[in-house]
Design a binder for this molecule. Sequence first.
Ligand code: NAP
Length: 322
Amino acid sequence: MNKPKVLIAKKIPSYVEEYIGKYCDYENFYPEENQGKFLLEKLCDKEGFLQSGIKIDDELLKSAPNLKVVSNISVGYNNFDTDAMKKRNVIGTHTPGVLNDTVADLIFALILSAARKVPLLDSYVKGGKWDVMDHPSVFGKDVHHTTLGIIGMGRIGQDVAKRAMYGFDMEVLYYNRTRKYDAEKNLGVKYAEFDHVLANSDYILVMVPLNDETYHLIDEPQFNLMKKDAIFINASRGATVNEKALIKALTEGSILAAGLDVYEQEPLDKHNPLLKLSNVVLLPHIGSATEKTRCDMAMLAAENLVKALVGEVPPNIVPELK
Ligand code: NAP
């Protein structure tokens, strides 16, 4: 019997490829910028598509009439046009859970780096500049015994809360569209209205998925509510925040600093004003990028793909397509 045809559009470990190869005929193609046309050609006879971040819209689906499943190697799935996928009965899967701790660790790296000016100080030491160390301009802001506000108390938000409460004696306020009573009971996090969290937190983390409801959830009015010495962290998706409003807040001093892993446009444009600001720490969308977690994500995505193609229900269908 012919095996189902699959396109793999992201580099994955060889043992994950071998697993896919047991059940599927696969082809690798790693599209670069402006290679959309070639991608559509490659997809024309495929039933499965393993990738990360590629827009799955009507145009792509039209070019892939045999497609049964698109498997994301990520937990975020804002690249899926779920209405278009539903219309054509295409299953969409993602990789929740396996990356929670890794992303939560990175969020703490951002919090600590922004609070204690780690990148700036690193550049001073490497540049032979030691005599600034008693100068108040290099002094940071405490993280311990302060208040962290989390917007989006989901899987990753809760793992960040654990670190904040147990590791840093922080108080954690949160806002979520549904209340998380288990997290309140088990972790001791406190629910508050959106504006209250923004106005009363020393550190504010956005950890909601990007969708129509959360697009520019944090905009100029929200930055204006924050404390003047608040540190803002975004590791969700760039467009949950109006980047122009963030740049204004950082430039005009309506907040103290920021730590970012995600941007409205990725990769960052070389003229983006964020690149010139000293009060922001920038990472290249690297939240889940440890060797082990990236392998676990690739394996989970491969299992989702294979299950869908052998006629089983994959465990991680995205909620809108269940
Ligand atoms: P999750 O478990 O689904 O958590 C998201 C939380 O946001 C849920 O509790 C959800 O509430 C809440 N929410 C959704 N819409 C909201 C709204 N309009 N207002 C307030 N709360 C809202 O997802 P996760 O696994 O923690 O991941 C969160 C996001 O992080 C992903 O979607 C992805 O975009 C991003 N991410 C980024 C990286 C990175 O590398 N930087 C890595 C992993 C994930 P309900 O419970 O009511 O649905």
